[in-house]
Design a protein around this ligand. Sequence first.
Ligand code: ADP
Ligand code: MG
Length: 483
Amino acid sequence: MSALVKGETGEWEIVIGLEIHAQIIANSKLFSGSATDFGAEPNTQVSMVDAAMPGMLPVLNEKCVEQAVRTGLGLNAEIMRTSIFARKNYFYPDLPQGYQISQFEDPIVGKGVIEIDLPDGTVKEIGITRLHLEQDAGKSVHDQHPKKSFVDLNRSGCALMEIVSEPDIRGPEEAVAYISKIRMILRYLETCNGNMDEGSMRADVNVSVRKPGDELGTRAEIKNVNSLKAVHQAIDFEVERQIELIEDGGEVVQETRLWDPAKNETRSMRSKEEAHDYRYFPDPDLLPLVLEEKYIEDIKATLPELPDQKKHRFMGDYSLNLYDASILIAERSRAEFFETVANDNDAKLAANWVINELLGALNKDEKKLEQSPISAKNLGGLIALISDNTISGKIAKDVFAEMYASGKEANAIVEEKGLKQVTDTGAIEKIVDEVIAENPDNLAKYKNGKVQLLGFFVGQVMKKSQGKANPKMVNDILKGKLD
Ligand code: ADP
Ligand code: MG
């Protein structure tokens, strides 16, 4: 499904805005000293503050502020010098305070913009509306006992960044590209690990449809979608539902919906009339957060090269195409691996070997790059042997397989197995003479004008040399002798 969808009454345009919740990488929670490790025993990472004991006071974790500023800078966004923490009031069993500390009118990060890469190779800009800091809630556990529900407060008070996009996204592919790019940026910055399956990153998907050129339509918000596949499917379902509804004379109501992956549908959770009145007000326990210009500048100075910058540099410095560059920059560690391989080597050759051979082999074994039996330096060594004609590209594939299996260096394998390319003219001439002598019939045919038999002779010589003869020299010498 692309941006425009055909209905019975003509074309409809899809409009999407995303709210991404990203858990901040920090040793402790937003307002307490409790640990934040994923998968710990229930209720082992809960301080008096997280359990909302009377009289407890929140103390802002500076690391979380720094992480939010880093992220804002990575999203090319304005960092607000003053932001305010506000209470968002609602009742829920996993929220012992009875409110969440969040930011409402004055978030820490304002407007920004990122580039997304679309499957057809084009690039599009998506506006960021804001980023604010907030506490996560705990978790209700319903599947441990037939009659009872339990509450796990380990997550209570963990720091989240909520990243809100402008309604600039025009279809499921763009939504997926946007989430992927945000995830990539956060991982580069090391402000969020981006693990959607652990809930460290999740998205609320706002969807509406309109006739092209019309005002924005009424949106439905699909809560807590936690995989790219689910985002795509939920949007597909929701768009179809809204178009049918409107074309049948109905109206989309503004409401919160849930994605049910088992039934492949979205379901109404609550409408606007039942929407919570959160009674936001500034938290009296926390001062306004005021950032100095120098503080922001100091963080800016520590930012790594970000995915898009890296992509453009790879295309410029190494003359890679967009496709190869995009694959290589997808993870920071992958880009670093490639640059080590490409060091002093032909970059295009390096890109081919990393993408097609190494990533291909790892993918087949379901291994990560970090588990690669071939180090970046050793892969670079193999490529150097191809470039300086020590081995042919064909032999290199065998050497690669051996390196992958044994972890040995290319040079050692080539020495051990005597795989060095033969570039000695005399040695090649000798084999050429033998092959010509052994094939008088084909020699006669060649002389009579069947010049395509050159390939046959080349093949025979290569075979006789066990693949080690330099193919270009074989060609030249054969031509000289046959013609
Ligand atoms: P709320 O805080 O009630 O969720 P916001 O105005 O902050 O509402 O919008 C939340 C998200 O909804 C934003 O990402 C925004 O881009 C998106 N959005 C707003 N209007 C529409 C619309 N008509 N269609 C699709 N998305 C929309
Ligand atoms: Mg919302």
